[in-house]
Write a protein that binds this ligand. Structure first.
Ligand SMILES: Cc1ncc(COP(=O)(O)O)c(C=O)c1O
Length: 419
């Protein structure tokens, strides 16, 4: 069945709801032959994806960066797992809990392109990266390299490590609109000395959506003998890559941002030969220094979140990584291309499609980000994230797969009228 007949037969043109992942499977079957660049512009198709989300009518949600709400089939799966765990109780926790968690981690490792021996499920990026920052065997005078645009939780952990062990933190500032990869690589290179032990870099800077040339930064750092930890909070499930192709040593991400796993789920990747370098933040009973399970002591926690990884991955794979990435990039360029050259607009995200995906940050000359955010919410019913710091002054705009171009038209009208 082709897409048009599918939508017609289901009575779905513009109005209907998809029911469970089988609805998604049938919809995807109807568009299987359509190239992703063409499908990215097909509002009928994406309205069917939107029907999987229960959206609050009070505002247009363009703040899917902190957390993106779950599509209904995944939410229902989480509730199903919660009921089952509540039914089985301690029996579940004492029997197959750990095997199941390992099985979930193995599925995530498949998407990440790494060995299951190198990846664990954590609660979020903060936990993943702080395990590394706090777990290295720091000595007084050791140095770490990072950027002022990095996420505060990690910068705070580096501050603690500096106070505790006498580590020196070297903080660079990444330009919002670089002219080349080399400009960024050289910036990181200039902060490295013979004392540098760890370099942290964001795969996508959260306040601007700027994708950094991580592979080139890792290669450069390795030639200087420095390990690299990548903050992939906004990358995993957003755009396509594998962790090994980044050539990093440590990698952390949150699954509740772009992979539609329920709140409180993340991953930590540690390259096999680096595992023994890390002291666990919370000690476990695992004594093998090369086992990543040594770093995975969580105590008792909401295991139904981990179990929902299965359905979230099924949903993601069914929708298709390429279709998703292409639509997200299309949505961002749909609005940024219309406003970028307006004289009163400051776009804090590079124009090059390879340097961004769904997220972009926009400022209006003469308006503080908080003021702009207030106007967008009160006058135009747009909810977004104002950012005012680290050389970024503007509102972060984060659509997701359920966002429509009509909603982005409201944003474009608002930004135009603010001129
Ligand atoms: C770049 C970056 N790193 C780390 C985090 C922390 O993620 P979490 O709160 O899920 O631990 C975020 C959250 O937005 C982020 O944007």
């Amino acid at each position: 069945m082709d897409k048009r007949s599918f939508l017609k037969s289901a009575g779905l043109l513009g109005l209907g709801t998809m029911t469970g992942t089988s609805g998604l499977a049938r919809l995807i079957e109807s568009v299987a032959e359509i190239p992703s660049a063409e499908l990215a512009k097909d509002e009928d198709f994406w309205k069917q994806i939107r029907a999987d989300y229960l959206l609050k009518p009070d505002y247009i949600n363009l703040e899917n960066g902190y957390y993106c709400i779950l599509p209904k089939p995944i939410l229902e799966s989480q509730i199903k797992h919660l009921r089952e765990i509540n039914y089985q109780g301690s029996y579940y926790l004492r029997t197959i809990q750990f095997d199941n968690k390992k099985a979930m981690a193995a599925k995530l490792a498949l998407l990440a392109g790494c060995s299951p021996d190198e990846l664990i499920i954590t609660r979020n990026t903060t936990e993943s990266l702080d395990i590394i920052i706090g777990g290295l065997d720091w000595k007084p005078g050791d140095e770490a390299v990072m950027a002022e645009q990095d996420y505060p939780s990690m910068l705070n952990m580096f501050r603690q490590v500096a106070s505790r062990y006498g580590v020196v933190n070297k903080i660079i500032s990444v330009p919002n609109l670089p002219v080349s990869d080399e400009e960024i690589v050289n910036l990181y290179a200039s902060a490295i000395t013979e004392k540098t032990k760890l370099l942290m870099v964001c795969q996508m800077i959260n306040i601007t959506g700027h994708i950094l040339p991580v592979r080139k930064i890792c290669d450069m750092a390795h030639t200087r003998g420095v390990d690299v930890m990548v903050d992939g909070a906004h990358a995993f499930g957003h755009f396509r890559f594998t962790i090994p192709e980044l050539n990093c040593d440590y990698y952390g991400s949150s699954l509740h941002k772009w992979l539609s796993v329920p709140l409180g789920s993340g991953i930590l990747y540690v390259k096999k030969d680096k595992i023994r370098k890390i002291w666990p933040l919370i000690a476990s009973g695992e004594t093998n220094p090369d086992s990543i399970n040594r770093l995975n002591q969580t105590g008792t926690h909401p295991v139904y979140t981990d179990l929902t990884v299965t359905e979230a991955l099924d949903y993601f794979n069914m929708l298709g990584a390429e279709r998703k990435e292409t639509r997200l990039r299309y949505l961002q360029h749909y609005w940024t291309d219309k406003v970028r050259n307006m004289p009163h607009i400051i776009l804090n995200t590079p124009a090059d499609p390879a340097r961004s995906c769904a997220i972009a940050n926009v400022g209006v000359k003469g308006k503080k980000p908080g003021e702009l955010g207030d106007i967008l919410l009160k006058k135009y019913k747009i909810y977004c994230a104002p950012i005012d710091g680290a050389n970024v002054h503007g509102c972060r705009i984060t659509p997701n797969v359920y966002t429509t171009t009509e909603e982005l038209d409201v944003l474009v009208r608002a930004l135009t009228e603010l001129g």
